[in-house]
Design a binder for this molecule. Structure first.
Ligand code: PEP
Ligand code: MG
Length: 754
């Protein structure tokens, strides 16, 4: 039989009586360090708290010299204690003096201790102190001991929250000063402009009571809270704009799965069994999840972590009866939500008539909350950094979710100019809207086809709203990126069928999986690549893992039953790769035929042109396919050897330049020679000025973001194409770094609306 370790339970029981007992906060603190040292058989237990100016001060110790209390101070980042505070992660060392961050403090008599284990004391996700134990021997502390120390740290955070130890004023001091008006630059996550009043989203719930002696009560509270959490998610799912299928809906499905997960519940119950309240147990389980998931390099997993944080926090709200307060208290009529990070369900809690925009300290393009914001058309700017924490509730905010700029408390002139901007943007939007059903034709009668790029089911609304003539690029990888496991043929087919239905007979081009590189999926283990854009991605993965492509093609064939299927392959580098991909398709078609399964009425097969090498193989490639789609995002990054994701290089090379336009023109000319339809589907087609350059060198079909259709169409309808064709062709032999200015001047002089 395994021996039962009663130490953690005893520790909790004693902790309970110290916290409930009499005496000052300092006295209780001293009792706690004594208790921890004896219970964990450590020679030293010390607790440091954060003071203003990011200083950690020794508040109590058992084992170090008593004189050092309130004298030993370390900066955040200094020494091992400072390191724990800076990283907010536990440290477990059998020989602490060998750690590069070790510093020696004579006043503590520290030199004789070898092993050290420390954990951060966290409150609302911020470090407020550090709790450490030390031993003379080179001891290896066990996982269980670390968990006990973390539990004590949680209880100590409670002591800080009481305000008896540190003046609450002082607790605020660590925050940074900032000028009255702040202009922040961040990353556009969801486009749009908005003005409103800052409302802090404070999702992290402070657990105020950690210890219990009524375990059955805590378990039944947990059961009730889980039930009401499930009901809440169900309500969200039935909200008007969440009812139809799509990724935003799938996210809530995953939430529900977790909320009903027996494993999660039993982990929480096991911790309640050790004497913690339900709230503290939820926090503890989440702490363990965090520690595990943070060790994974995978950005996908990290994003799932914020969903789990959100869910745990939400469960705690239910436990504390705070369900409605976060989002439904009296909020201003127009508000901008400010948050460190938030989960998608958090966003959905807010009244959408009042919520105008979101500003995040962190945030990323692929996080679930970002997908939901884009789906609902809520402007969102992320990656704003720490200064955002200095913003106060009620400050006026402007979000420019086009350039990624956010103003807090803007002066009157800026406010005025943005209000005008927002107004004229609205006017312009109305003008684009009016063009929706008008033909896309130049003044001299040349027809241009505008298609949209899509990847989410919500983008299909964009197809309708923009009046575009079809989908020129459907990025299928998204369905795979939000999925925990490889989507099976059935659900894939269902999704593609929904997309075809949503296109209402307009052509839709599916691009097969372009995963890898910067598009991770959870079910495929990847190496750390030095150059992921040049690495194992897209069709290259498909050749090494042919089942992936086979199943996807099978799903596409099923979905397009009796309709036209347009399919293209990404990152084709030479003719043989196209042939191999096509072979996989042909085999699947043969399989369907053999089984007498229905097939598409017609199949058109194309290739993306993203790799420059393919340009010199067009004579061999073009006779084999039905269409070409130029992926200018990748093509330009390979052409200029310039990473498209590197902000330091953004704008360094211009596709509106003689070399890039000459290259593109040679592709168009070749396709015309072989009478193969060509589309350009990179970002380049989406700005009026770059689209103008593309039309001038011969492109007649562009696939762009739904929001770009209006502006590009307006430009096309104001253009006399014959005039600009000759002009641009003449510029191609020049040596200018960019032709943008010349082209802009030409457009202004000729009344072209760019
Ligand atoms: C491109 O490379 O231009 C393209 C359209 O593909 P993606 O942006 O998905 O790589
Ligand atoms: Mg590409």
């Amino acid at each position: 039989m395994t021996p039962v370790n009663n130490a953690p339970r005893q520790l909790l029981r004693r902790l309970h009586s110290i916290m409930a007992g009499a005496g000052s906060a300092e006295h209780r603190l001293t009792e706690v360090v004594r208790l921890v040292a004896s219970n964990m058989i450590a020679e030293v237990c010390s607790v440091y708290f954060m003071r203003g100016g990011e200083i950690l001060e020794l508040f109590a110790t058992e084992g170090l010299k008593e004189d050092a209390v309130h004298k030993t101070r370390l900066r955040v980042g200094e020494g091992l204690v400072g390191h724990i505070a800076a990283t907010a992660l536990p440290l477990n060392l059998s020989n602490a003096q060998k750690h590069p961050k070790f510093v020696y403090r004579a006043e503590t008599g520290e030199e004789i201790y070898h092993s050290l284990m420390g954990v951060p004391i966290l409150r609302s996700g911020k470090v407020v102190g550090v709790l450490v134990i030390q031993n003379k021997t080179q001891r290896h502390y066990m996982q269980e001991e670390k968990e006990s120390l973390q539990t004590v740290a949680m209880v100590l955070a409670e002591l800080v929250a009481s305000g008896d130890l540190l003046d609450p004023q002082e607790q605020q001091e660590a925050t940074l000063e900032r000028a009255a008006t702040s202009r922040f630059e961040g990353m556009v996550i969801a486009e749009g402009m908005a003005e409103g009043v800052a409302v802090f989203h404070e999702p992290k719930i402070e657990v105020v009571k950690h210890l219990t002696d009524n375990i059955p009560l805590e378990k039944s509270r947990l059961g009730a809270a889980l039930k009401s959490l499930q009901n809440q998610i169900e309500d969200m799912m039935s909200a008007e704009d969440m009812r139809h299928q799509g990724e935003h809906r799938e996210i809530l499905d995953v939430y529900m799965l977790f909320a009903k997960d027996k494993g999660w519940r039993s982990k929480i119950e096991n911790i309640i069994d050790t004497g913690l309240t339900a709230e503290a147990a939820v926090e503890k389980v989440q702490l363990n999840n965090r520690a595990r998931m943070l060790q994974m390099d995978d950005p996908y997993m990290r994003e799932r972590l914020s969903d789990l944080d959100d869910l745990a926090n939400r469960l705690n709200r239910h436990l504390m009866g705070l369900v409605k307060t976060a989002a439904s208290e009296d909020l201003p009529d127009k508000f901008i939500l400010v948050a460190q990070n938030m989960g998608p369900a958090d966003l959905l809690d807010y009244d959408r008539d009042k919520l105008c925009g979101v500003v995040l300290q962190n945030g990323s393009q692929t996080a679930h909350v970002s997908i939901v914001a884009r789906a609902l058309g809520i402007p969102m700017v992320g990656q704003m950094g720490d200064m955002i924490l200095t913003v106060a509730d009620g400050e006026r905010v402007i979000i420019n979710g086009v350039d990624g700029v956010v103003y807090f408390s803007p002066p009157q002139e800026i406010l005025q100019s943005y209000r005008e901007n927002i107004k004229s943007r609205n006017v312009l939007m109305a003008e684009y809207e009016a063009l929706r059903d008008k033909p896309t034709i130049t003044l001299d009668g040349i027809e241009v086809e505008l298609l949209v790029n899509a990847g989410l089911s919500i983008d299909m609304d964009g197809l309708k709203r923009s009046g575009a003539s079809g989908v020129g690029l459907f990025r299928t990888e998204f369905q795979f990126m939000v999925s925990e496991s490889l989507p099976r043929v059935g659900p894939q087919a269902e999704f593609y069928r929904d997309m075809l239905d949503a296109a209402e007979g307009k052509p839709l081009v599916f691009r097969t999986l372009d995963i890898g590189g910067d598009k991770p999926v959870s079910f495929l283990k990847r190496d750390d690549e030095v150059n992921p854009a040049l690495g194992w991605r897209a069709i290259r993965i498909a050749f090494d893992r042919p089942a992936l492509l086979r199943y996807q093609v099978r799903a596409l064939l099923k979905a397009a039953e009796n309709r036209e299927l347009n399919i293209m392959f990404p990152m084709i580098s030479d003719v043989s790769e196209f042939k191999m991909a096509r072979e996989i398709l042909d085999k699947e078609v043969a399989r369907q035929k053999k089984r007498k399964s229905p097939l598409p009425k017609k199949i058109r097969v194309g290739s993306m042109l993203e790799v420059p090498a393919l340009i010199w193989q067009l004579d061999n490639l073009l006779p084999l396919l039905d269409f070409i789609s130029v992926g200018s995002n990748d093509l330009m990054q390979f052409f200029f050897a310039c990473d498209r994701e590197n902000p330091k290089l953004a704008g360094r090379y211009d596709p509106v330049s003689p070399p890039a336009l000459s290259m593109l023109k040679s592709i168009v000319d070749k396709c015309n020679e072989y009478d193969v339809p060509i589309t350009l589907c990179g970002e380049m087609g989406g700005k009026p000025i770059t689209a103008l350059a593309l039309l001038a060198i011969g492109f007649r079909r562009l696939s762009i973001a739904p929001a770009a259709v209006g502006p590009v169409k307006m430009m096309i309808r104001s253009l006399n194409l014959a005039e600009i064709e000759g002009y641009v062709t003449g510029l191609l032999s020049r040596s200018d770094h960019s032709l943008r200015e010349l082209l802009t001047a030409f457009a202004r002089d000729h009344g072209i609306k760019i």
